[in-house]
Design a protein around this ligand. Structure first.
Ligand SMILES: Nc1ncnc2c1ncn2[C@@H]1O[C@H](COP(=O)(O)OP(=O)(O)OP(=O)(O)O)[C@@H](O)[C@H]1O
Length: 660
């Protein structure tokens, strides 16, 4: 043990020997083994193998602001556990010429605190939040080397691999997870060479163990809540295994072993620490795709989320009603009645046969298992709300929708946040619960989020970050816990660039996003949806045509559908009411389809025989402007698209309100 311990510390008196050793090492010569620590020698070797350029003047460029924001979000637990330690560093490292840096398991710095001039100097070598100090990125350095060897190290001046860092002295250690000992991050104290102090390493190790202790306390609390939440499920008749967030088996009930065997599966159920790859959940509760054992069906997995935080997962292998344990290989037929305990498919309302849409639904299904905020992007009427409902799924709790467009700012604020009794003239007696509060325990769907006034956005951001809401006119916060699904037809990145949307809110709501294709981009969907709505409205009305002729379908397929599925649904609903014949023909279609019909006739100027989508759309908009006599609000309403979409399309086709 003794030589190893000695290896922790640098020896500043050997400085010039180490410098000579470095020159000799780079020149391919011998290194004086008696002055160069074995730990440093091995690290230089790794740096060389990783092709790190020894002439580098600094660490690599830090991450962009947005990426760092997301990284810090993912590392929230570590940041929370280290907050008091970092606050102490701010107070106690002042005027010491040193700073404390907290890094993740990739050695990317999440936070620095300490002496301000030291922080400034550190930035000149990119020792700052967002920069990665792994050995592979910038050679031997305390952060990277501590991670590589998994123990505390000091790296002083010439011991650094890169020339530009040799003015620095650094002490770092890894921090480990209290349950399974896995490394969770690195803590470092750095300063210019003259600040070297052998005790700095002790300071770092003590501070790191304080962080580990806080991680342990938080983990115990989570485990307690996990068991509390899952206890009822473990006592049922199904085979149930409870995993913590890291994929460790926490508990299995008495049916679990038999149930798993009946499903041709295998799992080591010894209680205690047994990690099963595939059951570790991400920061937002999602399971990593492709890692689950192949015998596990996705519908057997239940994420356990408490107060918006993923605590673990339940694997519930259900008991088949007839034959004991289910081991059915075929799966349920589409549309089959779900067996008890298994809810209906929350995405069943979305009718499609397009491959792109099906891929989007598959991604939405995965996201539905998590509590991650989702941003849905797509034109008006493509089905964003249907997706939001699917993502809300069967998890219970309310689904509350609010469209942020088309409301005055005052109305939007009171709808969203609610208000106190007597908050303003005309306020309802007793106050009003806002949509955010109403969504507590469930899902809040904010449609047209891009229309939210810029100065209201920080209020929403605060709710999302702190899980607290203040009703208008109240100064006592109320706790809320909901999942956010937001939707927009706009390009929010462009809105950020134009100063219309806040970047911090964007990163909060767009943790994951789904683009829902426009109807005209989907293969076969016009036909399938037209038939679907025809059936549905015929059944509801008890009358109406039974089919649509191939000619009429061809016209429908060629039409650009600016109002997407909603427009198609409205059209079919109208046809069911108005068409008295058994088949819908081209003659029954409204006049705006006429241009498409005429262009689709043989001999038209378009050699393909059909008007292109863009031509059809341009023509349609032009005619809608004409019919509205240049009133664009009316035009947008007629086309069933948002006014901003209308402007964008008019811009694309070079149309103006005078194009009548
Ligand atoms: N794939 C689909 N299958 C069946 N019905 C659909 C489908 N997509 C949309 N719909 C129906 O079309 C209508 C419009 O859909 P929805 O309200 O979800 O669109 P949206 O994208 O949220 O629109 P907006 O942005 O204008 O609010 C709804 O009646 C919805 O049920």
């Amino acid at each position: 043990m003794a030589p190893e311990r000695k290896d922790f510390f640098s020896n500043p008196q050997d400085e010039s020997d180490v410098m000579n050793a470095w020159h000799s090492f780079l020149g391919g010569g011998e290194r004086p083994v008696d002055t160069l620590r074995a730990l440093v020698d091995a690290s230089w070797q790794r740096s060389l193998e990783a092709r790190v350029d020894p002439r580098m003047r600094s660490g690599p460029r830090p991450l962009a602001e947005g990426e760092l924001y997301l990284l810090r979000e993912r590392q929230r637990e570590l940041l929370e556990a280290s907050a008091p330690v970092m606050a102490h560093a701010r107070d106690f490292l002042t005027e010491t010429g040193t700073l404390m840096a907290l890094a993740d398991t990739r050695c990317t710095i999440l936070n620095t605190e300490g002496d301000l001039p030291a922080i400034d100097s550190a930035e000149t070598i990119h020792l700052m939040p967002g920069a990665t100090w792994s050995e592979g990125a910038c050679g031997t350095n305390a952060i990277g080397t501590a991670l590589a060897v998994g123990k505390p190290v000091q790296i002083h001046s010439a011991e650094h691999f890169c020339e530009g860092i040799k003015r620095w002295t650094c002490s770092a250690t890894v921090m480990r997870h209290p349950l399974d000992g896995e490394v969770v991050g690195v803590l470092d104290v750095s300063g210019l060479s003259q600040t070297y102090n052998r005790q700095t390493l002790a300071l770092v190790v003590t501070a790191a163990s304080r962080i580990e202790a806080r991680l342990a306390a938080a983990e115990m609390e989570r485990r307690y809540r996990l068991l509390d939440r899952a206890m009822g499920r473990l006592s049922g008749g199904d085979g149930v295994v409870l995993f913590d967030r890291r994929g460790n088996v926490v508990r299995a009930n008495e049916h679990a072993a038999l149930a798993i065997r009946s499903a041709d599966g295998e799992m080591e159920l010894a209680q205690g620490l047994r990690r099963v790859p595939g059951f570790a959940v991400g920061q937002q509760g999602q399971l990593a795709a492709g890692l689950l054992p192949s015998w596990v069906k996705p519908e057997w997995i239940e994420p356990l989320i408490v107060d918006g935080k993923p605590l673990g997962t339940l694997l519930v292998v259900p008991r088949s009603p007839a034959s004991g344990w289910r081991a059915d290989a075929g799966g349920a037929a589409v549309g089959a009645v779900p067996c008890s305990g298994m809810a209906a498919d929350p995405f069943a309302a979305i009718v499609t046969m397009d491959a792109g849409m099906n891929a989007t639904i598959a991604k939405a299904r995965q996201l539905a298992r998590t509590r991650m905020p989702v941003l849905l992007q797509g034109e008006t009427g493509v089905g964003k709300e249907e997706f939001a409902r699917g993502i809300h799924g069967n998890r219970g709790g309310p689904f509350v929708a609010l469209n942020c467009g088309g409301l005055s700012r005052e109305l939007l604020a009171s709808e969203l946040f609610g208000y106190a009794d007597g908050a303003f003239t005309g306020a309802r007696k007793g106050g009003m619960v806002g949509k955010i509060e109403a969504a507590d325990g469930g899902t809040l769907f904010l449609d047209e989020i891009g229309e939210m006034p810029l100065d209201m956005q920080p209020n929403l951001l605060r709710v999302l970050e702190q899980g607290e809401i203040y009703r208008l006119g109240e100064n006592t916060p109320r706790r809320v816990n909901f999942r956010l699904v937001a939707a927009t037809h706009r390009d929010l990145r462009q809105d950020i660039a134009a100063g219309r949307f806040r970047m911090d809110l964007f990163y909060r709501i767009a943790v994951t996003n789904l683009r829902i294709p426009a109807l005209r981009e989907r293969q076969g969907d016009v036909e399938v949806l037209a038939q679907h709505f025809l059936e549905r409205f015929r059944r509801a009305q008890g009358q109406g045509p039974e089919r649509i002729t191939p000619d009429a379908l061809r016209v429908l397929r060629s039409y650009p559908w600016p109002g997407n599925v909603r427009e198609l649904r409205n059209l079919v609903e109208g046809l069911v009411l108005l068409c008295e014949e058994p088949s819908v023909t081209c003659a029954h279609l409204p006049h705006e389809f006429q241009a498409v019909h005429d262009a689709a006739q043989p001999g038209s100027c378009n050699p393909s025989g059909a008007m292109s989508m863009a031509e059809g759309e341009e023509d349609l908009i032009r005619r809608a402007i004409r019919a509205s006599e240049g009133n664009l609000t009316l035009t947008a309403r007629k086309l069933q698209i948002a006014k901003s979409t209308l402007y964008a399309k008019m811009h694309r086709y070079g149309l103006s309100r005078d194009d009548k």
